[in-house]
Ligand binder design. Structure first.
Ligand code: UD1
Length: 441
C-alpha cells in the first residue's frame, strides 16, 4: 500500500457515475475474524480480505503477539500456535480501535491479556465499560493500570449478561471470550450487525457452539480448546463500502450496479434512497442496481444500531441530502461528536446548521469544488461524494483516513466514470497538519 500521508485527491465534479463495481470484503468483519483467530492453535485461512491499512495494523498486532501471518492478494493465513506475548501495546492500539478485540480471545484461551486502552477519538468518548463488565461477568479479574486493561482468569465461566446498550465491540469481545468458557453464556441486548453474525459463523466453523447471532440474544455454549480447529472462511461483503457507492451514484444522477453484495444488509439505506426518489432493483441476489435521473427529495434521518440506519453512513448521506430538494433533520444518536465533516461540506457550499446532536440540512442546487481535509474515515467518503456532485475541482487532504476503509477507491470510481486522481502533497505546511491527524473508527 502507498504512503498515503503525503497524498491528496483531485476530483473534477459533474461526471455521472455509470457501470459496474465489485464490493470488497468488510473491514469491520475481517479485523474481528483476524483477532478471533487467536482462539485456536490451528491455521486460519481468510479469503475476500480487503487490502486496507487497518488490515495491515491488525496483522502487526497479531505478529507482535507471536502469530505467523502470510498474505497473498486478498487471502491471509494466520497461525496462533506459538503465542509469545499477551500484551497489545499503545503504539498499535492507538492506531486502530479494533485492536482492542484481541482482549476477548487472549483472555479466553490463555487466561491472561494486557491491552492498551484505545482512548476516545474525534467522533466521541468511546468507552470500554461494557467490554469490561461483560468479561467480569464471565469471572475475569479486570484492572486498569497505567493506561492498560489487564485481565486474568483461571477459566472463564458462562454467565447471563445484559448489555446496557448494544455495543458492537463489547458484543464481539464477550462472545469470543465465552467460546472457551465453562458452560453457557446468554448475552442479551446484543448488537445485531451483520459483522456479528459473520464472526459467529466463523467461530462455529472453527468448532464453537453459538446460536442467535444476528438477533439481540446470543447463546454461547462453551467448548474445550481441543474442539476448536483451523478454518477456511470467506469474509462478508462490506455494506458500508457498498452504501458509499450507492450514495455517490445517487449524487451524480448515475446508473450503477454493485456486485458481490448482500442487499438485505443495506435495507435501511436502500429504503431511504427509494423514499428520496431513487430507482433501486436487485438484478440477482448478490447485486443492487441504482438509477437516478432527477434531483432527489430530502428525507429525515436518525442513526441507530442495526437494523437501524448506520452511523457510519450519516456523513456520506449528508453529502447527498446537501444537494437534494427540501430540508432534512439528521439526528446522530450513536456518537456525541460525529459532525466533523459539516465544516468542510459548508466550505463546498452546503447549507447546514448544527445544534447538539442534530444537523439541519437545507438542500442547495449544487455544491462547488474547494480544498478540504478529511477528519475521519467516513468524513473522507462524504467529501468524495460531495466532490463528485460539485461544480469544479475539489482537493481532499488527509487520505490516511480514507485508506483505512476503502480498497482502491480511485480505481473503482474511475471505472464508473469519475474524474479522480491521487497526487503527492508537496506543501510542507499542509503535510505537517496532515501527519498530526489520527483516526480510530
Ligand atoms: C463499531 C464499528 C464502527 C461503528 C460502530 C457503531 C468497527 C471496527 N467499528 O465500532 O464503524 O461506527 O460499531 O455501529 O467495527 N460504548 C460505551 N461503552 C462501551 C462500548 C461502547 O459507552 O463499552 C458506546 C460508544 O461510546 C458509542 C456506542 O457505544 O457511543 C457504540 O459503540 P460500539 O457499538 O461499541 O462501536 P464500536 O464497536 O467501537
Amino acid at each position: 500500500m502507498s504512503d498515503t500521508k503525503a497524498e491528496k485527491l483531485i476530483i473534477e465534479g459533474g461526471h455521472r457515475l455509470q457501470g459496474d463495481v465489485t464490493i470488497s470484503g468488510a473491514k469491520n468483519s475481517v479485523l474481528k475474524l483476524m483477532a478471533a483467530s487467536l482462539l485456536t492453535r490451528e491455521p486460519v485461512h481468510l479469503s475476500n480480505v480487503p487490502q486496507l491499512s487497518d488490515v495491515d495494523v491488525m496483522m502487526d498486532v497479531l505478529r507482535h503477539l507471536g502469530v505467523t501471518v502470510e498474505q497473498s492478494g486478498h487471502e491471509i493465513t494466520l497461525c496462533a500456535r506459538d503465542i509469545t506475548c499477551f500484551e497489545a501495546p499503545y503504539e498499535l492500539v492507538s492506531k486502530m480501535r479494533a485492536s482492542f478485540n484481541v482482549l476477548g480471545p487472549l483472555l479466553g484461551r490463555f487466561g491472561e491479556a494486557k491491552v492498551s486502552l484505545p482512548g476516545g477519538c474525534s467522533i466521541g468518548k468511546r468507552g470500554i465499560d461494557l467490554h469490561i463488565k461483560g468479561l467480569e461477568a464471565l469471572g475475569a479479574n479486570v484492572k486498569i493500570v497505567h493506561g492498560f486493561v489487564e485481565s486474568k482468569a483461571k477459566r472463564l465461566v458462562g454467565s447471563e449478561i445484559v448489555l446496557d446498550l448494544p455495543s458492537v465491540g463489547a458484543t464481539e469481545n464477550v462472545m469470543v471470550a465465552a467460546v472457551l468458557a465453562e458452560g453457557a453464556t446468554i448475552l442479551s441486548n446484543a448488537a445485531q450487525e451483520p459483522e456479528i453474525l459473520d464472526l459467529a459463523d466463523f467461530l462455529n466453523a472453527m468448532g464453537a457452539d453459538i446460536s442467535g447471532a444476528g438477533t439481540n440474544e446470543i447463546v454461547i455454549n462453551g467448548v474445550k480448546p481441543e474442539n476448536l480447529g483451523g478454518v477456511s472462511y470467506h469474509v462478508v461483503p462490506d455494506r458500508i463500502e457498498a452504501a458509499t457507492y450507492l450514495i455517490a451514484a445517487a449524487g451524480t444522477r448515475g446508473d450503477v450496479t454493485l456486485h458481490a453484495v448482500h442487499p438485505a444488509h443495506l435495507h435501511s439505506l436502500t429504503h431511504k434512497l427509494m423514499e428520496m426518489g431513487a430507482n433501486i432493483t436487485l438484478p440477482t441476489p448478490n447485486q443492487i442496481k441504482i438509477q437516478v435521473d432527477k434531483r432527489l427529495q430530502t428525507e429525515n434521518l436518525t442513526t441507530l444500531p442495526y437494523p437501524g440506519f448506520p452511523t457510519d453512513l450519516q456523513a456520506p448521506l449528508m453529502a447527498l441530502l446537501a444537494i437534494s430538494e427540501g430540508t432534512s433533520v439528521i439526528r446522530e444518536t450513536i456518537y456525541e461528536n460525529r459532525f466533523n465533516h459539516v465544516g468542510n461540506l459548508k466550505r463546498m457550499g452546503a447549507k447546514i446548521e448544527v445544534e447538539g446532536n442534530v444537523a439541519i440540512v437545507t438542500g442547495v442546487e449544487s455544491l462547488s469544488g474547494a480544498c478540504v481535509k478529511a477528519s475521519d474515515l467516513r468524513a473522507a467518503a462524504a467529501l468524495i461524494i460531495a466532490a463528485l456532485e460539485a461544480k469544479g475541482q475539489t482537493e481532499i487532504l488527509n487520505l490516511h483516513h480514507l485508506d483505512r476503509g476503502y480498497e482502491k477507491l480511485e480505481d473503482k470510481m474511475r471505472q464508473l466514470g469519475a474524474s479522480i486522481q491521487r497526487i503527492p502533497v508537496t506543501d510542507e505546511n499542509v503535510l505537517e497538519t496532515t501527519q498530526q491527524q489520527q483516526g480510530v473508527e
